[in-house]
Design a protein around this ligand. Structure first.
Ligand code: FCB
Length: 445
């Protein structure tokens, strides 16, 4: 297998999806707590307990060790360390993450820490959230506080996970805080990228020893037919769904197509004089979240159900070259030479999630998916692409945002009543794959 010795093998989670402990240790509410309280989550689920990792980190650590990963991607809950979003830090929250990071390091597992995985403090939402011109300063101050706290021990930092989530929350209303207003969505997603740049600048000015990057997800559109209408739709949706972010971060601009479109719609954001420079500050790596492609059809688009239609997470079919294509696409568009990590990749398929008589979920679909995806990773490595790691989403079933607990992405099954975690067949499969890939098979067999 073509994996270099120091290749990063990981699994990923996010604070709002696993921690729970919503009112414990001085944590403030996040926009997802408020969104859930407003009844916006499927089955009226809430993230207040989730996998209870706030109280069960030792269990998670034992599972990470048993999987044999050498890195764990997780996020800091901003409202846990800064309950009001700005100002005073919360000692209990800080102590929690210090313990988590130190225990991981002791176990030889590098923490890859995301500063913003969608859980804005509700206190800041009440001051305008990502629409506020102050949001960049709020985020940079919070980031700076984290670099001071943990900069000496954390080797990898991510500023923002999938900036598109902010658009989904302010523009489309499917995520917290739940506004359905494209103009707001555009301003919010513009602001979050400026905030990203300010956090990177704070990082460069700090004594932190690690590397910093951003995670942008790519959902490449493919036409359903060879009609002109489908081809036009591919261009339009690519511009809006991922090029908005990659153009800004890798090229320091928005495309003429996008600017014209937003201008025509009357949804163009206000762009401050330093914003474009900030969005494109030099990074140490790029994190690619990649799940699937999206097949678009001009004909179907007109008929789709606006409630769930178009949500690519609900598509059980997969395209096995998705990682391979995304990497080449970005290299072609921007001559991207940065080290790349696949920071999330995974799948769910409800019908296969029933445990067998021994309590094990035989998730063959997930194994097939992972095997195909890792084949792309191997192909890229053989081509000499600077791909340095792979994180599977997710360590365990967790709070899947608006879908609540109804969608299970874990390689460990979480029983949301007892909070027990049970290995699915794919967890054993991934453990064995890592052993083979890192040449540890003989030693650990
Ligand atoms: C990604 C998110 C992650 C999780 C997976 C399934 O878009 O970053 O939190 O929801 O999808």
């Amino acid at each position: 297998m073509p994996y270099p010795k120091d290749f990063i093998w990981g699994v990923a989670t996010a604070a709002a999806q696993i921690e729970g402990g919503a009112r414990d240790g001085g944590r403030g509410p996040s926009i997802w707590d408020a969104y859930a309280a407003a009844g916006k989550i499927k089955n009226n689920d809430t993230p207040s307990v989730a996998c209870d990792s706030y109280h069960r980190f030792e269990t998670d650590l034992a599972n990470l060790k048993a999987l044999g990963v050498n890195s764990y991607r997780l996020s800091i809950a901003w409202p846990r360390v800064m309950p009001s979003g700005t100002g005073a830090l919360n000692p209990a929250g800080l102590a929690y993450y210090r313990r988590v990071f130190e225990s991981l390091l002791e176990a030889g597992i590098a923490p890859n820490v995301t500063l913003y995985h969608w859980d804005l403090p509700q206190a800041l939402e009440e001051r305008g959230g990502w629409l506020s011109p102050d949001s960049g300063k709020w985020f940079a101050d919070y980031a700076d506080a984290m670099f001071r706290q943990y900069g000496d021990i954390v080797p990898m930092w991510v500023t923002i996970n999938e900036p598109i989530a902010v658009y989904v929350g302010y523009g489309l209303g499917w995520f917290a805080p739940g506004y359905k207003d494209i103009a707001r969505g555009n301003q919010a997603r513009h602001n979050v990228l400026t905030a990203h740049g300010r956090a990177v600048e704070a990082f460069r000015a700090s004594d932190a020893v690690g590397k910093i990057g951003i995670v942008i997800d790519i959902w490449k559109r493919h036409p359903a037919t060879d009609s002109e209408a489908d081809a036009a739709m591919v261009i339009d949706q690519d511009e809006d769904n991922w090029k908005f972010y990659t153009d800004r971060v890798f090229a320091g601009r928005y495309s003429d197509y996008l600017l014209k479109k937003l201008g025509r719609e009357g949804t163009l954001m206000t762009i401050g004089p330093d914003d474009l420079r900030l969005g494109a500050v030099p990074l140490d790596f790029y994190g690619l979240n990649c799940y699937n492609r999206v097949v678009v059809s001009a004909e179907k688009e007109d008929k789709r159900d606006p409630g769930t239609g178009g949500n690519p997470h609900l598509e059980p079919q997969f395209y096995d070259r998705v990682i391979y294509d995304a990497v080449h696409l970005l290299r072609g568009l921007y001559n991207l030479q940065l080290p790349i990590y696949v920071t999330e990749n995974g799948t769910f398929f409800g019908a296969e999630e029933v445990p067998d008589e021994r309590g094990i979920v035989q998730d063959r679909y997930r194994q097939r998916y992972l095997a195909a995806m890792l084949e792309s990773v191997e192909m890229l490595l053989k081509e000499g692409i600077d791909l340095r790691g792979y994180y599977l989403w997710s360590l365990m079933d967790n709070f899947e945002w608006t879908a609540g607990y109804s969608v299970r992405y874990g390689i460990l099954r979480t029983d949301f009543t007892t909070l027990a975690r049970t290995w699915k067949a794919s967890a054993y499969w991934y453990r064995d794959y890592i052993r083979r890939a890192s040449g540890r098979e003989a030693a650990n067999a």
